[in-house]
Ligand binder design. Structure first.
Ligand SMILES: Nc1nc2c(c(=O)[nH]1)N[C@@H](CN(C=O)c1ccc(C(=O)N[C@@H](CCC(=O)O)C(=O)O)cc1)CN2
Length: 300
């Protein structure tokens, strides 16, 4: 049986609609406009696209967008000074420093300089600790988007076997924490995991976030399992013409879709949810900063 295709674009549009509704109510009832500051250092082409889309979607949802673009050779001290300025700015409820940063910068030091209450990426060590101990935190956007889609497919995730392939701080580890919080039995697999195929075959939920193109074949997937593909890999596509490329995920989509119960495509699956959840986190941060109830359906 063919899998249900989880339409991340449509899902993200729905999240943005909810965000816009909440922003409109904040303005009408409290005269508050949430603000998001995005900082880009350097000229990485993909990062430029993501930052442009973040600013555009922030404004489309009725929020204030503050974009800061710094040259590639900016001293780390200047970036830290900008972060301090944004921490102190009452119009800014969310701060995001686009990753990756240039190699001369210490990403951990920069992230940990952000006020945890404004850390809409959920990467600050305080938010990592709060999430890991099951307390209220800012939740990283990509795992939050995956969780929203999983809840939509299954309702309760309680008791399900989940395998997260990948142990990054941005996706793998927080994803595993969120699934634990949903009472799943969670395995984190990675490049050193022995017999990955059999580990994955036991999973009701597979989240692939390893950054290796099409590494999970369909015969690793338990029939009916839900497959969430976080990978975004550009590979050569000679079938489209000389020098052409295409995007693929970390799972082999065609063979996995034949076996899975539900699956996210690449592109158009998890990716669009990352920015939608950033907008959701900005509204959540704004509500918390003002002692107002948090937006329903937009948090973990
Ligand atoms: N500070 C952060 N930096 C980075 C994050 C992050 O969450 N916070 N995540 C990624 C990049 N990213 C957002 O910043 C992001 C990646 C991908 C997409 C997306 O919509 N992808 C599309 C395909 C896009 C394409 O055609 O190339 C999809 O999957 O459909 C959105 C946001 C690293 N940095």
């Amino acid at each position: 049986m063919a899998a249900r295709i989880i339409d991340g674009k449509a899902f993200a549009a729905n999240v943005r609609e909810k965000v816009a509704g909440h922003v409109a109510r904040l303005k009408a009832d409290h005269d508050i406009t949430p603000g998001l500051a995005v900082v880009l250092v350097g000229e990485d082409p993909a990062s430029q696209v993501y930052v442009r889309n973040k600013g555009k979607q922030t404004v489309e949802c009725g929020m204030q967008s503050f974009e800061h673009k710094l040259p590639d050779d900016t001293p780390e001290a200047d970036l830290l000074a900008l972060v301090q300025q944004l921490n102190a700015d009452p119009a800014v409820h969310g701060i995001l420093v686009q990753l990756p940063l240039p190699s001369h910068m210490n990403s951990d030091a920069v992230i940990n300089a952000i006020d945890p209450a404004k850390d809409v990426d959920g990467f600050h060590i305080s938010n990592v600790g709060l999430l890991g101990t099951g307390q209220k935190s800012m939740v990283p956007c990509t795992p939050l988007g995956c969780l929203m889609m999983l809840r939509d497919v299954h309702g309760s995730l309680s008791g399900m076997n989940a395998v997260v392939i990948g142990r990054s701080n941005i996706v793998g580890k927080p994803m595993a924490q969120l699934l634990l919080g949903e009472s799943c039995t969670v395995t984190i697999a990675h490049s050193r995991t022995k017999d990955l195929a059999s580990v994955v075959r036991g999973a009701d939920i597979v989240v692939a976030a390893v950054g290796r193109p099409q590494m999970v074949p369909g015969d690793w997937i338990k029939p009916g399992a839900t497959v969430i593909d976080v990978g975004i890999n550009r590979i050569d596509a000679p079938e489209k013409g000389e020098g052409k490329t295409r995007l693929v995920g970390d799972v082999d989509y065609d063979s996995c879709a034949e076996v899975a119960g539900a699956i996210t495509p690449v592109p158009g699956g998890v990716g669009p949810m990352t920015i939608a959840c950033l907008l959701a986190n900005t509204v959540t941060a704004c509500c918390r900063a003002n002692g107002l109830p948090e937006p329903e359906g937009l948090t973990a």
